[in-house]
Ligand binder design. Structure first.
Ligand code: MCA
Length: 529
């Protein structure tokens, strides 16, 4: 590993092995500075300016609404302001943390926007998390309030019990504002540590939980300026305008669906049609009927569209963007053959979007393109990708060591391995760690191993990914039973199902006599696949 300030040496000839990824001028237009792209300090200001400028323009609609029904910008502005006031009346305001179990309903989206407008820090989370997983979030993030639907309350109570702490105030989202769950702590009880207190830095807009090799998810902080820089960079790179209309079927609790899909559309002033989830036929029908110009998806979605022989319906779009996981070159070629106007982009929860293929450039399967404006990227001599820029967040919530370990001289270490092509394009070659990426979701083997190892009949366990054309990788567990016990796979999977969200559960379980280890006893993960 090169020492600091190794990356700044890349411009000179002293460290030729460190290679800079091409900057945004490779889009074929002069790249503006981040300040020129987004003069406002915060994403919410940019969006508010859009709403004020043209209140009658369509902003959001749900696919199941009657044709032509929209929330126009002015109506959305009023609803969000009302929501923010409702939160303030309940004691939720600047510097406080709101856990948001995000579903794509109108009520829930008003909830997340209302919380951002109220100045709170939002912790977006998968509504399918189990009580065990929610307990970690409650304990680590210490939210003062939780926005969740009534059906999720039992799981939250169980989580608080597991965490051994009082439940924060539970707020049910309605169209007119937050309503305290019956029998729960009432108005004025939101309290506790404020984000930003105790050396945590300024209050972030989002705290996005993402795991590491330790298996304990940590909150990646993103501030309003990061969100705005990302929105402005993508708007420039994709020539995204208010005329564009996105069909949005991504989960709204991840950066892809929440920031790129929803918040960036609002910042651009573009239109969004929300679907409750992805199914190939439903999406294709929506694209045509809604006269969409944009579609954002993970590779699994594109794979399913190709398998259903529906990919050519994407040809009429202005852009179809793929991200969140590696797009296999073969799948990329199939999409190009179907004349899909494909753009591939690369990002992380900690950094927001980093690179994109320029829309006008010829397809280059396997590559994630060049830097977005305001972003710099470089590949170090060991092949790891480092980045810095206006969208890179300030670090992890209450994890100074993890924050320090992920950075050097202002550069963020992505943990991805990459290659710089001769003309500066970036091709990703895999993760430095053991993370399994299944359908665009990151699964950390250590977390799954911890859960499986807790099952009484298990002596040893290893978890990894096996290649899958549909999912990219599928989570697979190799399990060594305790001597004298008979391991019933269904029972072990039921144990996992109680403790892990659906996407983390092993799809394949292999009962083996021993795990491959080297002479030092270290697990040989590559020997498992
Ligand atoms: C669903 N299941 C999964 C996954 N998704 N299992 C493994 N991996 C998954 N990704 C479970 C379901 O709960 C169900 O379990 C079973 O698999 C079959 O479900 P199915 O109906 O086939 O799946 P689906 O519901 O159609 O979901 C597939 C999907 C979904 C639409 C591709 O996984 C998805 O929306 N992925 C997007 C993820 C994403 O947004 N990632 C962004 C994070 P059971 O049978 O037990 O009920 S990364 C990010 O934000 C970074 C910054 C970035 O750059 O984008």
């Amino acid at each position: 590993m090169l020492g600091p300030p190794f990356l700044d040496a890349r411009a000179g000839a002293s460290v030729p092995a460190v290679q800079a990824v091409a900057d945004a001028s490779s889009f074929g237009r002069p790249a503006p500075s981040p300040a020129a792209l987004a003069p406002e300090p915060r994403l919410v200001d940019r969006v508010a300016a859009r709403w004020a400028a043209d209140p009658g323009a369509p902003a959001l609609r749900w696919r199941h609404w009657p044709a032509g029904r929209w929330w126009r910008r002015g109506e959305l502005a009023e609803r969000v302001a009302g929501w923010a006031e409702g939160l303030a009346r309940l004691g939720v305001g600047p510097g406080q943390r709101v856990l948001w179990l995000g579903t794509s309903t109108p009520e829930q989206l008003l909830g997340v926007l209302g919380a951002l407008w109220a100045g709170a820090s939002v912790i977006p989370a998968n509504p399918k998390l189990t009580p065990r997983e929610l307990a970690h979030l409650l304990g680590d993030a210490e939210p003062q309030a939780v926005l969740a639907e009534a059906a999720q309350e039992a799981g939250l109570h169980a989580a608080a019990e597991l965490a051994g702490r009082p439940l924060p105030q539970l707020l049910r989202p309605t169209l007119s504002g937050p309503v305290p769950a019956p029998g729960r702590p009432g108005p004025g009880t939101a309290g506790g540590a404020r984000a930003g207190a105790g050396g945590d830095g300024p209050a972030p807009a989002l705290m996005v939980y993402t795991s590491g090799t330790t298996g304990a998810p940590k909150g990646a902080l993103l501030d309003q300026a990061n969100l705005l820089a990302n929105a402005a960079a993508l708007a420039w790179a994709w020539e995204w305008t208010p005329e564009d209309r996105l069909v949005h079927c991504l989960p709204v609790f991840h950066v892809h669906g929440l920031c790129v899909g929803l918040l960036d559309s609002l910042a651009v002033g573009a239109q969004v049609v929300l679907l409750p989830g992805f199914d190939p036929a439903g999406v294709v029908e929506a694209l045509a009927e809604e006269r969409a110009s944009l579609f954002f998806g993970v590779p699994t979605m594109y794979h399913r569209l190709v398998e259903a022989r529906l990919a050519e319906h994407l040809a009429r779009l202005r852009l179809a963007v793929a991200g969140s996981a590696a797009l296999a070159p073969g799948l990329h070629r199939q999409l190009v053959a179907a004349r899909v106007p494909l753009v591939v982009r690369y990002g992380m929860s900690e950094t927001l979007m980093l690179t994109s293929t320029p829309p006008a450039a010829p397809a280059r399967p396997g590559s994630v393109g060049v830097c977005l404006p305001g972003v710099e990227a470089a590949v170090d001599e060991s092949g790891e990708v480092w980045v810095r820029g206006a969208s890179v967040g300030p670090g992890y919530w209450r994890r100074p060591e993890a924050t320090a370990a992920s950075r050097r001289d202002g550069w963020f270490r992505t943990g991805d391995h990459g290659r710089r092509d001769p003309d500066g394009w970036l091709t990703l070659l895999g993760r430095a760690g053991d993370v399994v990426i299944s359908g665009g979701y990151n699964v950390y083997p250590a977390e799954v191993e911890d859960v499986l190892a807790g099952y009484p009949g298990v002596a040893e366990v290893a978890v990894g990914g096996r290649p899958s054309a549909e999912w990219g990788e599928v989570v697979t567990a190799w399990v060594v039973p305790r001597p004298g016990t008979e391991l019933v796979p269904e029972e072990l999977l039921a144990w996992a199902a109680e403790r892990l969200a659906p996407y983390k559960r092993p799809r394949e379980l292999r009962v083996v006599a021993s795990l491959p280890r080297n002479a030092m006893g270290k697990l040989l993960r590559h020997a498992l696949r």
